[in-house]
Write a protein that binds this ligand. Sequence first.
Ligand code: CTP
Ligand code: CA
Length: 226
Amino acid sequence: LLDRGHTGVLSGKTVVITAGPTREPIDPVRYISNHSSGKMGYALASAASKAGARVVLVSGPVALTPPAGVEVRQVLTAEDMLREASAAADEGCDLFIATAAVADYRPETCAGDKIKKSSEAMALSLKRNPDTLATIAGRDDAPFTVGFAAETSDVASYATDKMQRKKLNMIVANDVSAPGLGFNSDNNAVTVFWPGGQASLGPDSKTNIARELVAMISEHLGQAAR
Ligand code: CTP
Ligand code: CA
């Protein structure tokens, strides 16, 4: 259906991709984070680069080798991610893809010293983190924006609601409760939604899904430009 061998569909375009988890420090030795290998984001960065784009990858801590030719900007926290993604958007960005598993909350304060255990129970005060994707999509000079939604139930309704709420051009939804797919896996199956349509991809390798996503996104990006 999609021409997998087609290269150059993103030539002349700058693509900014967020990937991996963020880490929110509790004290010098502990943090709050999310499950995320970064594999989908890195596969997309590689596919976009092969399609001719200049690619900036804003990456949380992952154990992956950056794809050749991709500019990586390492970040730790959600606030770092917003700052680096905004800086990349300021430099000029045609397409923004958010695959990162951002921690929705961070500890209100980070203890200067390691917290010692004492009572049987303890409470941690958390504060909402900024939303990088919604911030980029809400800019006056917003690029074409694509979000990801990892859900465990009601995948289609949560995903399309996120697309509308964050003013996205497309959203890629996956059911992370499906066995052997999603988190840490090399494989994935996703449904892509845009206003007025949807398409399913996979189950397939994240490399192949990334290639097909780049082709699909490029088509919609081309239509938006017309
Ligand atoms: N996202 C982001 N910054 C955040 C939270 C989410 O950029 N602080 C992006 C993710 O990278 C993803 C999309 O928003 O592309 C959806 O993330 P998700 O966690 O599914 O959505 P939330 O709006 O955080 O809703 P919830 O976790 O409550 O389902
Ligand atoms: Ca979230």
